[in-house]
Design a protein around this ligand. Structure first.
Ligand code: ZN
Length: 238
């Protein structure tokens, strides 16, 4: 009797799972390419961050023009020696997002490994910073969220990301390192993709002041109307 009851319950769970499309699906709009097209806000993003010196140059631009950048960091590239660099990024109003541990194409992994790629990077960031900074947006390496490049995203990939606690998988609508062309590509709500390398920093030097005549630069979270990540940094010694 007990066995039959179990079998019935298992069949019921399976039926409900099929009815709802498997594991609970993330909301439409979970993966984003841009923010609100009605508001003149845009977000500058800088990925990978292998080169701390280039990150420092981006921060100088943030300070000079009073604009935040969202850095999507690779966990394995985070250096203990860069604790002050990342603390400064946060002080300047920048955001830090997750760009996985080792930059794999996520659809080539299974759900457990996708989850680990994200949680390991969060642990490493906290270790480097010396406090917990809860990353809430992530960027998939290569913008890849589907096995078939013609598909927008595979449900099981975005579900694995959501399970690791991420509110959005963030792609971009502008990827252009020629500042004059980039200015033309940008529109309300744009998310711009850059990397911490010399060419991109040179582009940002010209691009940021040009953009500020028409747009307000905000973090990715602000662009997507999310509350800012809540954290408490220890007082910086004077
Ligand atoms: Zn990358």
């Amino acid at each position: 009797m007990q066995q039959r009851k179990k079998a019935f319950l298992a069949a019921l769970v399976l039926f409900l799972a099929l009815l709802t499309g498997g594991a609970q699906a993330v909301e439409k709009g979970y993966t984003v390419f841009h923010g609100d097209r009605e508001k003149n806000m845009i977000a500058l993003t800088v990925d990978d961050c292998y080169d701390s010196e280039r990150v420092a140059e981006v921060l100088e631009l943030c300070e000079k023009y009073d604009v935040p950048v969202t850095f999507f960091v690779i966990g394995s590239a985070l250096q203990d020696a860069d604790a002050a660099l990342w603390a400064r990024a946060l002080e300047l109003g920048c955001e830090i997002g997750n760009h996985t541990w080792s930059h794999p194409k996520l659809p080539s992994l299974d759900a457990r490994r996708i989850y680990q790629q994200l949680t390991r990077t969060q642990t490493r960031l906290d270790e480097v910073l010396g406090f917990h900074y809860p990353m809430q947006v992530m960027r998939p390496p290569y913008g890849s969220l589907a096995k078939d490049a013609h598909h927008m995203s595979d449900g099981w990939v975005v579900n694995a990301i959501a399970e690791a606690g991420y509110l959005h998988a963030v792609r971009w609508d502008v990827s252009q390192t020629d500042p004059e062309k980039a200015v033309k590509d940008v529109q309300n709500g744009s998310i711009l993709l850059y990397h911490a390398n010399t060419k991109d920093v040179r582009c940002l030097e010209k691009l940021i002041p040009a953009l500020l005549t028409d747009y307000t630069c905000v973090t990715v979270s602000e662009l997507l109307a999310l509350p800012a990540p809540a954290y408490e940094a220890p007082e910086t010694p004077v």
